[in-house]
Each structure stands twice: as structure tokens, then as C-alpha cells.
Ligand binder design. Structure first.
Ligand SMILES: Nc1nc2c(ncn2[C@@H]2O[C@H](COP(=O)(O)OP(=O)(O)OP(=O)(O)O)[C@@H](O)[C@H]2O)c(=O)[nH]1
Ligand SMILES: [Mg+2]
Length: 267
């Protein structure tokens, strides 16, 4: 294998249908490590329709359409990203106040594929303390490795395991990472968990417009730090892309990337 192909294979995301030896700079989407291949196609969103909220994987739509799950810490910008992709203000609002059993929200795009809005991880709701989706993932670590209580076990099996591990139509998880702050343990844990379970993911770095580093590092530096922490766990680096819901940075590129993943999955 040539040096170039080795570089392409370890640093870039080379999609199906592309020979790493043939990758050129023009094939890499700006602000990302994503190579565009022959499966990329129509990517713009014309129509979005809220379909349903589900609390368990088995309650999710069963029509076999491909889907992307949006996952990330609370406040990372999940709803803003969905609204930016869709170019509508109100679409993701439906998921703003999920009831305690309404955790997985399906939006049907162009009558052909789904965007799935999941609640943010990293916080507990007030009284009654319902652990929302990925808090459950994290509790499940405790359960697996440190014997958390039975309730965690129940949540784990019925929810996290049920959705991420058994959802056959899941094309990829878009794991949102706030690029305006240094790498967070909770995000790294989540990425590593997905990686260990072979669940395809794309890192979507949000808030990349926050370039004025009054204190701390710039987004590109935080992104580099995050990649380095992730690198050792993967033979091939997962796709990543810089976005901003404020400036629209990365929007069209992310949609194009999603189209190639979807079309390959769908063939
Ligand atoms: N500067 C900047 N701010 C952003 C961006 N995306 C989101 N925000 C802000 O970050 C805050 C949280 O955004 P949301 O989209 O509500 O975050 P969320 O991940 O859906 O949060 P939860 O639903 O609570 O899990 C809001 O104040 C947004 O205006 C971005 O790209 N740039
Ligand atoms: Mg939200």
C-alpha cells in the first residue's frame, strides 16, 4: 500500500466504492475528513414530518426506512442542528418536552428516511429523576462494570440496548460534540461505547462559529485534541465534520455525507 493510501485509510473516511489509492484533495469535503464517493446523491431536504415518539425500540416505526440518530450532551445543539439541516424553526420543537415515556422521536424526511431526535445526555430531570437516553448508556457502564442497581439494568436492556444494538435500520449515529469546549469525558465514553459495539458513527462538531477564544482553545484545537484521544481506539478514523447552526457551516456537506451513507445502506 502506498503512503498516500495508508494516510487516506487512517485519517480520512473513505466511503464504499472509493479506492484509497485514488483519493484526491478535491474529494474531501471542506472542514471534515470525509471523502465523497459514488453513492453521494440527492441530499437536500424538501419535506419533514414528525411521525412519532417512542419509548422502546420495538415501538419505533417498522417501515424499514433508513435512519440517522442524533445524539449528544444536553445543550450541544441537537435541536439547532436538526432545524439547520431542515431549514425550519419548528421541526425539532416537538421533542423539546418529551414526556417520561417519549424518548425516541422520529421525523420522516422527503417521505423516504428518518432523522431521530434523542434527548440530551449529561443531566437528570428534577424530581422523579428520569434518566434520559444516554445517561442510561452511562449508567449501563456502571451496571456492567460496577454493578449498579436493578433499575439501571432494566433501563439498559429495554432502552439503550433495544435501540442502538437492535435497530436494524440505523444507518449511523451522528454524535454531536461541542467544539467550543475541550474534550469531555462523557463524550469520549459515549464514542468509545458506540465504537466497541460497532455502531457506525459520525462526529459532528457543533458551535464551530465560536472562534473568538476569550479563554481556552479555539474549536479547531479542541477538535484536534478530541481526535487524538479517540484515535487509539479505532483502526480507521470515524468520519467527522465541523458545523455551525448559526452560520450554516458544514450543512450541505453533512447532508451530502448522509446521502452517501444512506444510498449505500439502501442499495
Ligand atoms: N454559537 C452557536 N450556538 C449554538 C449552535 N448550536 C446551538 N447553539 C446554542 O446552544 C444552545 C443549545 O442548543 P439546542 O439546539 O437547544 O441544544 P440541544 O442539544 O437540543 O439541547 P437539549 O434538547 O437540552 O438536549 C442554544 O442556546 C443554541 O442557540 C451553534 O452552532 N453556534
Ligand atoms: Mg434539544
Amino acid at each position: 500500500m502506498s503512503e498516500k493510501a495508508r494516510f487516506a485509510k487512517t485519517v480520512l473516511f473513505v466511503p464504499p466504492g472509493v479506492d484509497p489509492e485514488e483519493v484526491t484533495d478535491e474529494m474531501v469535503l471542506p472542514g471534515s475528513n470525509i471523502v465523497v464517493g459514488p453513492y453521494a446523491g440527492h441530499s437536500q431536504i424538501k419535506e419533514v414530518e414528525f411521525v412519532k415518539s417512542s419509548s422502546r425500540a420495538k415501538d419505533c416505526p417498522k417501515d424499514n426506512r433508513p435512519e440517522f440518530a442524533i445524539l449528544g450532551r444536553s445543550n450541544v445543539g441537537k435541536s439547532s442542528l436538526i432545524n439547520a439541516l431542515v431549514r425550519k424553526k419548528e421541526v425539532a420543537l416537538t421533542s423539546k418536552k418529551p414526556g417520561k415515556t417519549q424518548l425516541i422521536n422520529h421525523f420522516l424526511v422527503n417521505k423516504s428516511w428518518y432523522i431521530v431526535d434523542l434527548p440530551g445526555y449529561g443531566f437528570l430531570e428534577e424530581v422523579g429523576l428520569i434518566l434520559r437516553l444516554t445517561a442510561t448508556v452511562l449508567l449501563s457502564f456502571l451496571w456492567l462494570f460496577a454493578r449498579a442497581p436493578d433499575s439501571a439494568k432494566t433501563d439498559w436492556s429495554s432502552f439503550t440496548k433495544g435501540y442502538f444494538l437492535n435497530r436494524e435500520t440505523l444507518v449511523a449515529v451522528l454524535l454531536l460534540i461541542d467544539a467550543s469546549v475541550p474534550p469531555q469525558r462523557i463524550d469520549l465514553d459515549c464514542a468509545n461505547w458506540l465504537g466497541r459495539n460497532n455502531i457506525p458513527m459520525t462526529f459532528v462538531f457543533t458551535k464551530c462559529d465560536k472562534m473568538k477564544a476569550s479563554k481556552g482553545k479555539r474549536p479547531d484545537e479542541n477538535i484536534k485534541d478530541f481526535q487524538e484521544l479517540i484515535r487509539e481506539n479505532y483502526r480507521q478514523h470515524p468520519p467527522w465534520i465541523m458545523t455551525s447552526s448559526v452560520t450554516g457551516l458544514g450543512r450541505d456537506e453533512l447532508l451530502l455525507h448522509m446521502s452517501q451513507l444512506r444510498n449505500y445502506w439502501d442499495q
